[in-house]
Design a protein around this ligand. Structure first.
Ligand code: IMP
Length: 176
């Protein structure tokens, strides 16, 4: 996978730090609730929070979007819901990647229905060219091309999440 690196560990670290500075400024005195979408977002969240200079809370959600396929089905199922109420809270959704936007759009609808004080989205990667639904993304780490990526939380069939960099999958998966 090392020959296919698109974003190095050093580049990720630098950018995550910048995002954390921006978020710390924007959420000063708001004690936001960072909602991480499992499993892909967990490594990004873990690095992001350690660069923040403000207090935050964290909660986790798990949804299934693709199953074993790499092509979005448009159907999203909640596998694990939040532990805490978000009513009146400043919620920042932390995602690994926004691709078609279908997952995010669905999640935003669910979260907005619970009356948070605000809802913003932070994604490490943005595959903007693939967007099928309009979703507001407030913080973006990197814009990436339309190729299948793995590493730094992103998987292909549950593999490669542990890589410290982001790489292009060697053999592009067949669209199922
Ligand atoms: P969306 O609903 O199409 O925006 O899909 C978002 C989800 O699809 C992400 O949270 C990832 O889990 C997955 N995904 C999209 N593109 C990639 C990729 O290039 N590599 C790994 N997972 C991906």
């Amino acid at each position: 996978m090392e020959g296919n690196v698109l974003i190095t560990a050093e580049e990720i670290e630098r950018r995550v730090k910048e995002l954390a500075e921006e978020i710390s400024r924007d959420y000063q005195d708001k004690e936001p609730l960072l909602v991480c979408v499992l499993k892909g977002g967990v490594i990004f969240l873990a690095d992001l929070v350690r660069h923040l200079t403000i207090p935050v809370n964290m909660d986790f959600m798990a949804v299934s979007s693709y199953g074993q396929s790499t092509v979005t089905s448009g159907q999203v199922r909640i596998l694990k819901d939040l532990d805490t109420s978000i009513e009146g809270r400043h919620v920042l959704l932390v995602e690994d990647i926004v691709d078609t936007g279908l997952t995010l759009s669905y999640l935003c609808d669910i979260l907005l229905a619970r009356d948070p004080a605000s809802l913003k989205v932070c994604t490490l990667l943005d595959k903007a060219a693939r967007r099928r639904v309009k979703v507001p993304v407030d913080y973006v780490g990197f814009e990436v091309p339309n190729v299948f990526l793995v590493g730094y939380g992103l998987d292909y069939r549950e593999r490669y999440r542990e890589l410290p960099y982001i790489a292009r999958l060697e053999a592009e998966p067949e669209e199922e």
